[in-house]
Design a protein around this ligand. Structure first.
Ligand SMILES: [Zn+2]
Length: 298
């Protein structure tokens, strides 16, 4: 367990599905020279010739609400990518170890609809994929849903198969899906921030506590390599140029305001603040927010 983040009256608790997924930089960042020598050897972010990615969701615990931000890959689902196929990760046990049950989750937020952000929205039960959080409203931006149900989205899904059929459609059929504008306020502590590019309706989630605030940046950036070179987008960005502009605009704002961020796929401790450095940015862990004990704190 990687601990949790203390914003005062709000806690952000990472729930990890896969702590270290190794991916070849040439696959993820086409044309990028890869891991610079002498750079992250001491950091948790790379191994020789490979980049380290973490798959995780975030539980946002406010005085009034229990909000799950993103839903990882999910266990037991047939998937085209071998690392995701019929996973047996134990994520649900780690979710349960927070002391919450499925019915306690009031909101599920999908930053976007890629396969590694929707999986735990449903679980297999009685021969069907059914909503895993039956009392939660499931928030998604309207442009995101519309894109994936358009011909362009369907064409993009030929590579992966239609994972929305087992992870999002059962939620929609149960009347639990709430399509919102990309800047929706979800309550006094949580709001969406539009971040188009990686996908058309991609969002970040700004969490504000009494002591600090934290931007869950989702897939605006995937790996610390992109701090040094913010114009590098991934093979999976629907609009790589818009993705790069959104990335730089977000990093500029984080640097200007001193706001901490947690990108969805940064390895633990995941949270940090950025500063400008040359044409890019540096990243320093937000040790002031990090609590090392397990959630819930004793
Ligand atoms: Zn992702």
């Amino acid at each position: 367990m990687s601990g949790w983040f203390d914003l005062g009256d709000v806690a952000v608790v990472p729930i990890v599905e896969t702590p270290r997924l190794l991916i070849d930089p040439a696959e993820f960042f086409p044309g990028h020279p890869g891991v610079p020598t002498g750079w992250a050897a001491e950091a948790p972010w790379s191994e020789p010739g490979q980049l380290v990615f973490t798959m995780q969701a975030f539980l946002v615990v406010t005085p009034h609400e229990r909000i799950l931000v993103d839903a990882c890959v999910g266990d037991g689902k047939p998937r085209a990518r071998p690392e995701f196929d019929r996973l047996d990760s134990g994520w649900w046990q780690r979710f349960s170890a927070t002391g919450l049950s499925a019915g306690d989750v009031s909101t599920v937020v999908f930053s976007h609809l890629h396969v590694d952000h929707v999986g735990w929205a449903t679980r297999w039960s009685d021969g069907h994929w059914r909503p895993a959080f039956p009392k939660a409203r499931h928030v998604l931006t309207a442009p995101e849903y519309d894109y994936w149900r358009s011909p362009a989205g369907a064409a993009a899904m030929t590579r992966t198969g239609d994972y929305l059929a087992d992870s999002i459609e059962p939620v929609a059929e149960a009347g639990l899906l709430d399509l919102t504008p990309p800047d929706a306020e979800l309550g006094p502590h949580v709001r969406l921030c539009p971040a188009p590019g990686h996908t058309p309706g991609n969002t970040a989630v700004l969490v504000t506590g009494s002591r600090a605030r934290l931007l869950l940046t989702g897939d605006i950036l995937h790996h610390p390599l992109q701090l040094m070179d913010p114009d590098t987008s991934t093979r999976y960005c629907v609009d790589p140029e818009l993705s790069a502009r959104t990335r730089r605009r977000t990093l500029d704002w984080l640097a200007d305001t001193g706001t901490a961020m947690i990108p969805a796929h940064f390895a633990a401790p995941s949270a940090g603040r950025v500063d400008r450095h040359g044409s890019g940015f540096t990243f320093a862990p937000a040790v002031d927010l990090h609590r090392r004990e397990a959630w819930p704190p004793r």
